[in-house]
Design a binder for this molecule. Structure first.
Ligand SMILES: [Ca+2]
Length: 474
């Protein structure tokens, strides 16, 4: 076998790194994009959107093809990720009120939403503190009490930088660039080689969330480029490209400081892409829906020398997994008497291809009104979703809709009340073939597991009929 000189060099460097920094805990850089869909990046197959820097890191790390957000919209996914808990435990189910849309269109009374993580929750920043980490939350927070009240040493959101709304401040500085600069400054000022302390950087961009605003000079390129299917919005594409530049600049800072070999970089998004501007075909739906397009996310993990370059993993993972993952990397035990719903993915990034976990769950006892785009992909044209709980077990996915379940006879009428949808994702990733009346055994198995989980977590479920509802004949 011929061993190349570059490989030998790589091995020597690895050995040197290990010899010189035996106790160095890894830095963690979590790059969190807002509303970026599964297919919105090159490494997931996009060709209209250009993300060469993101793709480079993805292809030199491990791509996760079945990575899920805990929810189909912003705040609950963030709350789950930062608290390490599924939404029934913290009550943050949605953004603002759970009763969106018109009352006359809602058959059932949704569960009241909480808009902030309680201070007695132990966030990942609080849990990492005993391991000596300096933590920064830069960018979108969205879950109440400031990051500094939840264990972060640094917390800077757009309000602090002069962006009351939108992606430009009054000096015409673009928010994605601004947040990147703040993140790079944090890395430089907290270089572990100087401070002796590892860092956890939670860089949560406001891009590519509405309002869709981008930098003129990038936009021009896309205006002259032919779109493909629903990937054709020049401004949106330019927002995506600014995110790509951010990843480039953050990684460049790590390289310049010689930190790459001791830093895990994770790239992730909080929910599916906005149906008005993009789509995730072949996945069904987008932001706000509990079909795959609303919750499956682009994700990679990059760590040169530790994570095998060019690898991919199709094991289902979910945003609550990051908390125990980061704790394991930090060599820090989980907080006592504090349930964590995720599972460390360290074995997966280390090369294992299976995972001892049966199922993933979602609970969304709320309404999200429809908006332009993808209306034909939701269950009905009025709402992106109605109150629903979801389980994915193996290749199977079941959605339980509470209006029909609670008001139309529940399990007694299950074959006719349309309360349950069952899909086999292995041959129906687009969720077009509802098998709930064909694969009855599988349906009942998943339904039993889902109901048991609802009971275990004490999840509140909607039960009360809405007296203001008017049957529109849908
Ligand atoms: Ca979002």
């Amino acid at each position: 076998m011929k061993i190349s000189t570059s490989f030998l060099f790589f091995v020597i460097i690895q050995l040197l790194c290990r010899c010189t920094t035996p106790d160095q805990k890894p830095n963690i850089v979590f790059i969190f994009i807002d509303d970026m869909g599964w297919k919105d990046v090159g490494f997931m197959g996009a060709t209209y959107y250009e993300t060469p820097n993101i793709d480079k890191l993805a292809n030199e790390g491990m791509i996760f093809t079945n990575a899920y957000a805990n929810a189909a919209n912003c705040a609950p996914t963030r709350a789950c990720l930062l608290s390490g808990q599924y939404s029934p435990r913290h009550g943050l189910f949605t953004v603002a009120g759970s009763d969106r849309g018109k009352s006359e269109d809602r058959r059932i009374i949704p569960i009241k939403n909480t808009t902030e993580i309680a201070l007695d929750k132990i966030t990942i920043a609080e849990a990492l503190k005993p391991a000596g980490y300096v933590s920064a939350a830069i960018g979108k927070w969205h879950i109440g009490h400031k990051p500094q009240a939840q264990g972060f040493d640094v917390g800077i959101d757009r309000g602090d930088l002069g962006y009351p709304y939108g992606h430009y401040n009054e000096d015409s500085v673009y928010l994605t660039d601004h947040l990147t600069d703040v993140a790079v400054d944090f890395i430089r000022e907290n270089n572990p080689k100087e401070t002796g302390k590892p860092f956890f950087l939670y860089l949560a961009h406001h891009a590519v969330h509405t309002p869709i605003q981008a930098k003129e000079e990038i936009m021009k390129k896309y205006e002259n480029k032919e779109g493909i299917d629903c990937h054709n919005h020049a401004t949106y594409a330019a927002m995506v490209e600014s995110v790509d530049e951010s990843v480039r600049d953050v990684n460049k800072a790590l390289e310049e400081l010689g930190l790459s070999e001791n830093t895990l970089v994770v790239f992730f998004s909080d929910n599916g892409g906005h149906g008005t501007y993009t789509c995730q075909k072949p996945l069904r739906g987008g932001k706000g829906m509990y079909y795959e397009g609303g919750i499956r996310e682009p994700m990679f993990a990059y760590w040169p020398g530790k994570i095998k370059a060019g690898s991919s993993n199709d094991v289902p993972v979910i945003s609550t997994d990051f908390y125990p993952t980061f704790l394991e990397l930090a060599g820090q035990a989980a907080p006592e008497n504090y349930p964590l719903d995720g599972k460390s993915i360290v074995p997966l990034i280390s090369g294992e291809t299976s995972f001892d976990r049966e199922s993933l769950f979602w609970h969304f006892p709320a309404y999200l009104e429809a908006y332009a785009g993808l209306k034909e992909e939701s269950r009905d044209p009025i709402f992106r979703t109605r109150p629903v709980s979801v389980i994915r077990k193996g290749d199977w996915k079941l959605l339980l809709f509470y209006e029909e379940w609670m008001l139309d006879g529940g399990s007694d009428q299950i074959t006719t009340n349309n309360a349950v949808e069952l899909y086999n994702l292995s041959n129906d990733i687009s969720e077009t073939n509802n098998l709930s009346n064909k694969e009855v055994e599988k349906r009942d198995e998943l339904l039993d597991d889902l109901l048991a989980w609802i009971e275990d977590t004490g999840a509140q479920v909607p039960t009360e009929r809405n007296a203001e509802y008017v049957d529109s004949g849908l």
